[in-house]
Design a protein around this ligand. Structure first.
Ligand code: ADP
Ligand code: MG
Length: 852
């Protein structure tokens, strides 16, 4: 095995043994990269492999433990695929230690930096020097107006002595427009000048800042002239230290022999001597040393130097932060144990100590989450103020309905029913989010909810995102609510038929493809109240339907709909009860924040008999294996899905790919079977035709685009093959997988990414490792951020700078405080809540409205 691979193996194994604490290599795994890449190139490893390692390891410090594990295992699999037998498996110990053991490579434990200080989130940015700016020595500004109201913070940055229109434009690239923006322009990291280390006392692998005089500056070509290495040697009187920068030749131009610089980074080793690779650096500023020991490092943009920006920030922060009134009252601050705002802002920029910095960041993070919580809770209160009609459900009626079902309800389903029943009985409109993994059985819960309302003569509507799903719901509702076939005698001697919730005529389907004559008939039935339940797609809101008495609105796969669409349907009744359902599990921390205005019911239990779906990630070259598995399953009487991704953002192209693949599969791969084809360009009637043929077993295999994602229920299907799997999010893949394993038989999910070396493939391994949708959701949150879970709920969330939406404890604290506040002062009318009310208004940008 190549030397560079050997090394990687050693580091990886050590890292695994240490439980992925990123300390197998002192300073973090990413520190090995520059030298490793050189060695790997010398070993003639394929460039794309080197890049793959580079990309993953550069991110490594920022990954969670789970993602680190995936990164390492994934990279190694990738290497094994490349080199086959020659590369052994990684040694994975039986039990990964949770406590950090000292590794032989590691120097003594360095002093701990508070845990919530993020690592630099970008490569060091050194702006081109602007001599004009660099030499500016501004006087502190505006010292004469201590009583200036905070409104002045809305003044453009050009009011500062050193900032003209041109510089202001540059600053706007950092999202700094007005003085107030500067206060919240947070450092991305800090350098601790109180921990200067003399060069002769440096140890390998420590994170340090050193100061010295530049002795020599040299640029030399490396990698056969394809790259440049800047070598600088500095001396601090106790010794000399070399620093290397790869491919940043401009640095050499800015280093003058004899000048003083500070270098920050981890010490590394090269040919047995200590050195630094790619340290952050800046020209030395004497003033910094005497005053602020922990120095902020701000994000930069071209034409701005760290030194210049820091000076401007210092000026603004020291003047304005103390003059800023705190929007949190002293009560809230003491109850939540928070620093006051002026101190927090001062300390977050120019901290006196790490401890104060930590508290400052906590206070500011609290602010963000608190404002989010206030926003959603305010919405909730607004809803609770409304009156809704009361629908009582007797035990005996419910028991009879439940007994008529083809199966026993799970405990989760029973809990959900209880929640809904209580909501309907209260005289406030229900606003409930029913969250349950694919296949957890939400439909029957929705059906019983409908029955609780319609039995009193009122109307209900169910809206689904696709016509396939709407049609399926329609069939389910007929089955649950209007069954003709049941003759079981109930507890009171009457047959189920007498207890039937609705007749078939009272349930109607309205989708885009419904013929106009039928639509108008439905419209009429809804307006005069003879139709009690309508199921449909967007057609329900696009059509001018009116209801006689709409009392319950159910939205399935709610994340597929926009705010206005949900609002529109709801507005067709007077404060109807609202149940929104989602099969996309949302991490708890997010649900508490993003859906804080809704009551939450989680169904975390699957109906009995469902098996975990066996999931495999295959390389494109292993496609034949997938086909033969499908063949075996079909021979055994089962059915299979083959999904093609949305390649372009166009349904047309997507459909074309599926059409071509369908032709190829039918003629070349599975000529002996009948293959159905489903894509978004089919007319709804055609889709229905295809689905029912698949459902009835006439088609053994269904080739489809992602339209099949939601709702399709074919218990006999046992294989889900997803092509181009790397293009889908984990949540969506989990949805696909939920389409199989719905019968009692062993089921398979096969994921084939587009190429065998996509970095995304490591992400796919998570699918193989767990069947738990909530776990996958946490993972997705971790890796891809909250964006995908927010759906249409974006407003307010782009404000987040510090707060981690993954910090459950912070979120719960902010939530409690928000609840307490509204309890005392629901309208935020008390004098010491005025600032907060204004802040809240600003935070939500007035765009809060109906955030259901
Ligand atoms: P989802 O929550 O994804 O909408 P469905 O309501 O479509 O799930 O239910 C998935 C499958 O499980 C359906 O085939 C349904 O008939 C079945 N099912 C639902 N509840 C139960 C139960 N309590 N026992 C057995 N099967 C059930
Ligand atoms: Mg469903």
């Amino acid at each position: 095995m190549k030397q560079s691979l050997h090394k990687l193996q050693k580091f990886f194994e050590l890292e695994i043994e240490r439980g992925y604490d990123n300390r197998a290599v002192v300073g973090g795994l990413d520190r090995i990269l520059d030298s490793w890449e050189m060695e790997a190139r010398a070993n003639k490893l394929p460039e794309d492999l080197i890049q793959a390692v580079g990309v993953r390891l550069r991110d490594y410090p920022r990954l969670s433990e789970t993602s680190r594990k995936e990164a390492i295992i994934g990279l190694w699999l990738r290497i094994q695929r490349e080199y086959g037998e020659a590369v052994p498996d990684l040694k994975i110990p039986e039990k990964v230690p949770t406590s950090q053991t000292e590794s032989p490579l590691v120097a003594p434990e360095e002093e701990k930096v508070p845990g919530d200080i993020p690592p630099a989130d970008e490569k060091p940015v050194h702006a081109e020097p602007d001599p004009q700016m660099d030499d500016t020595h501004p006087e502190p500004a505006q010292t004469e107006q201590p009583d200036e109201p905070p409104a002045a913070l809305n003044a453009s940055v050009t009011v500062l002595p050193n900032i003209g229109p041109k510089t202001a434009q540059t600053l706007s690239r950092l999202n700094i427009h007005v003085l107030g923006d500067m206060l919240y322009n947070l450092p991305r990291r800090y350098v601790d000048y109180s921990r200067l280390t003399p060069i002769n006392r440096l140890k390998y692998g420590e994170d340090v800042t050193v100061i010295g005089t530049i002795q020599s500056v040299r640029v030399r070509p490396i990698r056969g002239g394809r790259a440049k290495l800047v070598e600088v040697v500095i001396n601090d009187g106790t010794g000399a230290l070399r620093a290397n920068w790869f491919n940043q030749p401009w640095i050499a131009k800015r280093m003058r022999e004899g000048a003083q610089v500070s270098l920050s980074g981890k010490t590394d080793q090269y040919l047995g001597r200590l050195m630094m690779n790619n340290p952050e650096w800046e020209p030395l500023e004497q003033q910094q040393l005497s005053t602020n020991r922990i120095v902020p490092v701000y994000p930069l943009t071209a034409k701005i130097t760290q030194r210049w920006l820091r000076r401007q920030m210092h000026q603004v922060v020291t003047y304005w932060a103390p003059r800023l009134p705190d929007h949190l009252s002293a009560d809230i601050r003491s109850s939540a144990g928070l620093m006051d705002l002026p101190t927090a802002l001062e300390q977050v920029h120019f901290p006196d100590s790490w401890e104060k910095l930590k508290n400052a960041r906590y206070r500011l993070a609290f602010d963000e989450i608190f404002l989010l919580q206030l926003g959603v809770q305010q919405q909730k209160l607004t809803w609770q103020e409304r009156k809704a009609n009361v629908f009582e459900t007797s035990n005996s009626w419910l028991a009879t309905q439940v007994r008529g079902l083809p199966y026993r309800l799970t405990a989760s389903q029973q809990r959900a029913l209880k929640d809904i029943r209580l909501d309907l009985r209260s005289d406030h409109p229900m606003n409930r989010l029913l969250q349950g993994d694919v296949g957890s059985g939400k439909t029957v819960v929705a059906a019983l909810g409908v029955a609780m309302v319609t039995r009193h003569g009122a109307q209900a509507a169910i809206m689904a995102p696709t016509s396939i799903l709407a049609e399926q719901h329609y069939r389910s509702m007929l089955r649950f609510l209007a069954r003709e076939d049941i003759e079981i005698a109930g507890w009171d001697g009457v047959t189920m038929q007498d207890h039937r919730a609705l007749t078939a005529e009272q349930i109607r389907l309205m989708v885009g493809a419904t013929p106009e004559t039928e639509k108008s008939e439905i419209r009429q039935g809804l307006a005069n109240g003879s139709i009690k339940l309508v199921i449909g797609t967007h057609a329900l809101i696009e059509d001018p339907v009116t209801f006689a008495d709409l009392e319950m609105v159910i939205i399935d796969e709610q994340h597929r709909f926009g705010v206005e669409q949900r609002g529109l349907l709801r507005s067709k009744g007077t404060n109807p009860h609202l149940l929104v359902m989602t099969a996309t599990p949302i991490p708890r921390s997010l649900a508490l924040t993003v859906y804080g205005d809704l009551d939450l019911t989680i169904m975390d239990e699957m109906p009995p008999g469902r098996q975990a779906v066996n999931t495999f990630v295959l390389t494109p070259t292993e496609r034949e294996r997938a086909y033969s598995l499908i063949q075996n399953q079909v021979e055994a009487g089962h059915q299979a899905f083959i999904i093609y991704p949305l390649v372009e953002d166009s349904e047309e192209i997507e459909s074309k790919a599926a059409v071509e693949e369908h032709t190829r599969l039918q003629s070349d791969v599975f000529p002996q079977y009948k293959l159905g084809l489903l894509h978004g360009r089919l007319k709804p009637g055609e889709k229905d035709e295809v689905m029912s043929r698949f459902h009835s077993g006439e088609y053994q295999i269904l080739v489809s685009t992602s339209v099949v994602e939601v709702g399709v229920d074919v218990p006999n299907a046992t294989v889900m093959l997803v092509e181009g799997a790397n293009r889908f999010g984990l949540a969506q893949l989990h949805q696909f997988r939920g389409r199989v394993g719905r019968g009692g038989d062993k089921a398979y999910c096969l994921l084939i990414p587009e190429s065998s070396d996509g970095l995304e493939n490591e992400r796919l391994q998570a699918m193989a490792q767990t069947n738990d949708g909530f776990e996958l959701a946490e993972l997705d949150l971790d890796q891809r951020g909250p964006g995908q879970f927010l759906g249409t709920r974006q407003s307010g969330f782009n404000e987040l700078k510090l707060a981690s939406l993954t910090d459950v404890r912070l979120i719960e604290k902010a939530r409690r405080e928000a609840q307490k506040l509204f309890k005392n002062d629901p309208g935020l009318t008390q004098p010491d809540h005025q600032l907060l009310a204004a802040r809240l208004e600003r935070f939500w940008g007035g765009s809060q409205g109906d955030i259901s």
